[in-house]
Design a binder for this molecule. Structure first.
Ligand SMILES: Nc1ncnc2c1ncn2[C@@H]1O[C@H](COP(=O)(O)OP(=O)(O)OP(=O)(O)O)[C@@H](O)[C@H]1O
Ligand SMILES: [Mg+2]
Length: 357
């Protein structure tokens, strides 16, 4: 196992710069998730760590070694891709053994490594099958097995679950997390699924347009997003954003929304009187109130059994609410919602940055 250090890494394809100087420190044995919208550069960064793309500028270290100039196979990493590309004409056993055979390991050692990986992944019964005889989840496990047998310093995953159906994804997510708890191999995992990021990562790195927007633990990102992009990206359903104006009168700081509603600003808010701001409140942090709060019109009520999801409208915008119990409202009726101010967020409307001390 090893730490990974990414320092001021840039990537250019011809004249076009795709990554603009990325810094990430990845602790030995940790699980780091790279998330961000399509095209932001996640795969490119992962491929640069793997040695499949040249590093245009900056440095990547694995453990104490600078690896910029090393070939992929000298880096002691194993990568699992979205389309795991098993060899169709080889059995599960041979798919897992193949890289070890190429490395000319002796047969007894290969047998032991494949046996161990098969046991960890529950593949013992399937070793003689061919990929076409496996389900999607089983194939994904074989792809994992190919990575595990190599006992690498670092696992790199590029959206390994995105070809699986929703139920299998959730099951494999748990398996992967368990696998990491067991093996403790430093892992870097790319996804654009924020739930995967939240549930699997020790550290989440949120990227956009080739830059890091924020990095931190899942709960740091959820509790104190640095800007509206991260606030809207992390958390599901997504945070509600209500545009307004900051009003400072005497000791009181309020946000005046578009329809004139006034809400106390979160206690540690920065910003000047009259400044255009955006008030952010998560769907799970709104409660019914008889008076005050935000008056909204109920559009759609969706009971899930455990929760009730309600889409409301306020000043021409949708406002999502999740109640952790059963509620029924008539569409078109008015309900008042009180945001939990200790968990509300204030952003500068221009830059999108968080306005908090
Ligand atoms: N070989 C290449 N030549 C030129 N441009 C490239 C090349 N590979 C990737 N790009 C560009 O680099 C940017 C980042 O691509 P990348 O594949 O890293 O995105 P991503 O974050 O992994 O997206 P996705 O979530 O869709 O997989 C994109 O604009 C892409 O078009
Ligand atoms: Mg990608």
């Amino acid at each position: 196992m090893a730490s990974v250090s990414i320092q001021q890494v840039k990537k250019r394809f011809g004249m076009v710069e795709i990554l603009h100087g990325v810094d990430i420190e990845i602790a030995d044995g940790s699980f780091t998730v790279l998330v961000g919208p399509s095209g932001c550069g996640k795969s490119t960064l992962l491929r640069m760590i793997a040695g499949l793309e040249q590093i245009s500028d900056g440095e990547v270290r694995i453990g104490a070694r600078r690896v910029n100039e090393l070939a992929p196979k000298q880096r002691d990493i194993a990568m699992v891709f979205q389309n795991y590309a098993l060899y169709p004409h080889m059995t599960v056993r041979d798919n897992m053994a193949f890289s070890l055979m190429l490395a000319k390991l002796d047969p007894a050692a290969i047998e032991a490594k494949v046996g161990r990986a098969a046991a960890i992944l529950g593949l013992n019964e399937l070793l003689q099958r061919y990929p076409r005889q496996l389900s999607g989840g089983q194939r994904q496990r074989v792809a994992m097995g190919r990575a595990i047998v190599r006992d690498p310093q670092v696992f790199l995953y590029d959206e390994p679950l995105s070809n699986l159906d929703a139920k299998l994804r959730v099951a494999m997510r748990t398996e992967l997390k368990e696998l990491h708890q067991r093996l403790k191999t430093t892992s870097i995992y790319v996804t654009h699924d924020q739930i995967e990021a939240m549930t699997m990562g020790d550290q989440i790195v949120v990227m956009k347009d080739g830059r890091i927007e924020q990095k931190g633990s899942p709960l740091e990102l959820y509790d104190t997003p640095a800007n509206m992009f991260v606030a809207g990206f992390i958390g599901s359903p997504a945070m509600n954003f209500l545009p307004g104006t900051l009003r400072r009168r005497g000791g009181a700081t309020e946000v005046e929304l578009a329809d004139g509603t006034r809400l106390p600003a979160p206690h540690d808010s920065l910003g000047a009187d009259g400044q255009p701001v955006v008030f952010g409140t998560r769907p799970e942090h709104l409660a019914l109130t008889a008076e005050g709060g935000i008056a909204t019109e109920v559009a759609v009520v969706e009971p899930t059994g455990a929760d009730t999801f309600v889409a409301c409208r306020h000043a021409g915008r949708e406002l999502a609410v999740v109640f952790r119990d059963r509620q029924s409202f008539a569409p078109g009726s008015t309900i008042r919602l009180q945001p939990d101010l200790r968990r509300a967020h204030l952003f500068d409307a221009g830059s999108g940055r968080r306005l908090a001390a």
